[in-house]
Design a binder for this molecule. Structure first.
Ligand code: FAD
Length: 385
């Protein structure tokens, strides 16, 4: 099944076509070099903004495309097919756009959404700390009320887009222990007292910017609070629920690329006098890859359609992310295997897909956390969950 086989609106098709054109024209010729050098292609996001992608989830009244989650998933998939790093940059940015749209005050929406839609501003998300990732309700960074604002202290880890983010949705403890003591803030990227250190050593998604952030007495005005004081953890989870559609679509894109590369290689590579695709040991791998790709796409489109219809989609987003990321990791390995020794070299892009696929099982909730969300929806919150 291709995206074309799914019932899409003309606008959704248009978004997918635009994203494909940009991915093929503006990313594909350079991505191997960017991956080698760890380049974050900042100007790419201006081009994506001109095509409406940076404001894909932002309503038209704020300068966005207001195209919805199915269009967003299609765009992310097309980017990830060529560069998973670009896909997560757009995905995290869009997740914050959506959070500001849903949780922000009228003045926060008016201030940030038009800037984020133009691509002049990129957004980031800072929840994880060195001691807490999955267990984010126990985060330690603090926001202390001080006069007409707050003072932020602590460290955040692995913030995607951190070096380039003009605004970072950041979660801090304003009250007692647990989830209810957490508030969300829109912190400006260049706030005095905030320092950003890029993480350069990572397995894959080298074109995505990953940073550690230190907050050392950062003063923010009360207007920086996103939502109510104490509602920041729920706000972060709301953002992540939408974000999971993006990461699932990223995994679908990586998987689609693995299938394309595997089919082409299996038709071309000869062994024992035949193309290797003539051997069942190879062709069955490809058949399974294609089937899992279809299933992953359908799960992503279902979650995205529910989100667009304003219906609950958290469990469906978790299922989509769990399935698509597992399939991407598994089949990236199979794609590399089909390529034999060539797959292990940088001559073919499958080694990059293999490195990039793994992260989709980890960020925005590990596979185990998605399983907890799904299990709770069936079993309720029993003691061991
Ligand atoms: C490249 C990259 C980019 C990232 N971008 C961002 C970002 O933009 N913003 C941000 O805030 N964070 C970001 N993260 C952090 C990411 O979301 C966390 O790494 C992830 O949530 C897992 O947290 P952890 O690494 O602390 O692992 P842990 O929570 O310590 O988990 C370790 C292992 O234990 C398992 N585990 C934990 N609890 C349970 C449980 N109850 N049941 C079963 N298994 C469990 C986990 O599934 C995992 O396998 C990024 C990480 C990376 C590597």
């Amino acid at each position: 099944m291709n995206p074309e086989q799914f019932e899409l609106t003309a606008e959704q098709r248009h978004v997918a076509d635009l994203a494909r054109d940009i991915a093929r024209g503006e990313i594909a010729p350079f991505v191997a070099q960017w991956d080698r050098d760890g380049t974050f292609p900042r100007e790419l996001y201006t081009k994506l903004a001109q095509a409406g992608m940076m404001g894909i989830l932002i309503p038209e009244e704020f300068g966005g495309a207001g195209a919805g989650y199915v269009a967003y998933a299609l765009a992310i998939e097309e980017l990830a097919r060529v560069d998973a790093g670009a896909a997560v940059t757009l995905s995290v940015h869009s997740m914050i756009c959506s959070a500001i749209e849903r949780l922000g005050s009228p003045s926060q929406r008016k201030r940030w959404l038009p800037l984020l839609a133009t691509g002049d501003c990129i957004a980031g998300f800072a929840l994880t700390e060195s001691e807490v990732g999955s267990d984010a309700a126990n985060l330690r960074a603090t926001a202390r009320r001080d006069g007409d604002g707050y003072v932020l202290n602590g460290r955040k880890q692995w913030c995607t887009n951190g070096s380039y983010a003009a605004v970072v949705m950041s979660m801090f403890r304003t009250g007692g222990p647990g989830a209810h003591g957490i508030s969300a803030f829109l912190v400006e990227g260049a706030a005095p007292g905030m320092s950003v250190e890029r993480v350069t050593e990572k397995l894959g998604i080298h074109t995505s910017n990953t940073c550690d952030l230190a907050f050392d007495g950062v003063r923010v005005p009360a207007e920086a609070l996103l939502g109510e004081e104490g509602a920041g953890f729920v706000g972060a989870l709301t953002a992540l629920t939408g974000g999971r559609i993006g990461i699932a679509a990223q995994a679908v894109g990586i998987l689609a690329a693995c299938l394309d590369e595997s089919v082409a290689f299996a038709k071309d590579r000869m062994a024992f006098g035949k193309p290797i695709g003539a051997f069942e040991g190879v062709s069955f791998k490809i058949a399974q890859m294609a089937t899992d790709l279809d299933a992953a796409r359908l799960l992503v489109y279902r979650a995205a359609s529910l989100a667009d219809a304003g219906k609950p989609f958290a469990v469906e987003a978790s299922k989509a992310k769990l399935f698509a990321s597992t399939a991407a990791r598994k089949h990236a390995s199979e794609a590399l295997q089909i390529h034999g020794g060539y797959g292990y070299t940088t001559e073919f892009p499958v080694e990059r897909h293999y490195r990039d696929a793994k992260i989709t099982e980890i960020y925005e909730g590990t596979s185990e956390i998605q399983q907890i969300v799904i299990a709770r929806s069936l079993l309720g919150k029993i003691e061991s969950l």
